[in-house]
Ligand binder design. Structure first.
Ligand SMILES: [Ca+2]
Ligand SMILES: [Ca+2]
Ligand SMILES: [Ca+2]
Length: 188
């Protein structure tokens, strides 16, 4: 038997479900649940502000991640309720930590696609890539501005040159190019 106390509101059934569907240990799960609820409202859900604060605590070394967490909120909020519940958090976070690379890329594509039209446009790639660069404290090296470089990356990803990047173009290009992947896919 685990010595860790199970928080009230967390049932043994829920624990079993998450243990079966994630790579987490029982201890990690209970710890995440406790941390999550420290930031949650009485309804046990996070709104965008609380979500950003929660992530800042979770990733205290990535102080500049705020813009990215804000942009990623809707992708965690699968049912589009405006709140993230623990289940939504665990499903996405587990996928990002333990999922295969293709599933992770598909998830990240949804963050890039801010307006949900199933494609990344030039503006979206600028906003998200800059937020990731900021979070990772990276700059793109060279004489050009980051804007110009990101624009070049956009063109690399846009195989059929129709000025938008589909999920397939994004995933395939990132799978085949470590440089693009390191740049465009955050480590959460
Ligand atoms: Ca939700
Ligand atoms: Ca879009
Ligand atoms: Ca295209």
């Amino acid at each position: 038997m685990s010595k860790i106390e199970i928080p009230k509101n967390l049932t043994e059934e829920q624990i079993k479900f998450w243990l079966a569907n994630t790579e987490l240990t029982r201890e990690q799960l209970i710890q995440w649940y406790t941390d999550f609820n420290d930031f949650a409202h009485k309804n046990q859900k996070l709104d965008k502000e609380n979500f950003v604060n929660f992530f800042k605590k979770l990733h205290h070394k990535k102080k500049d991640g705020e813009s990215f967490y804000r942009l990623a909120f809707d992708t965690f909020d699968k049912d589009e309720s405006g709140f993230i519940d623990f289940h939504e958090f665990v499903v996405s976070f587990n996928l990002l930590s333990n999922g295969d690379i293709k599933s992770r890329l598909e998830w990240v594509f949804d963050v890039y696609d801010q307006n949900n039209d199933k494609a990344i446009d030039r503006k979206e790639i600028q906003v998200i890539t800059k937020a990731i660069l900021k979070m990772n404290k990276k700059k793109l090296v060279g004489d050009q501005t980051d804007e110009t470089k990101i624009d070049e990356i956009f063109e690399k990803l846009d195989d059929n040159e129709n000025d938008e990047i589909t999920k397939e173009e994004f995933v395939e290009n990132c799978l085949n190019n470590v440089f693009l992947r390191d740049l465009l896919v955050p480590n959460l």
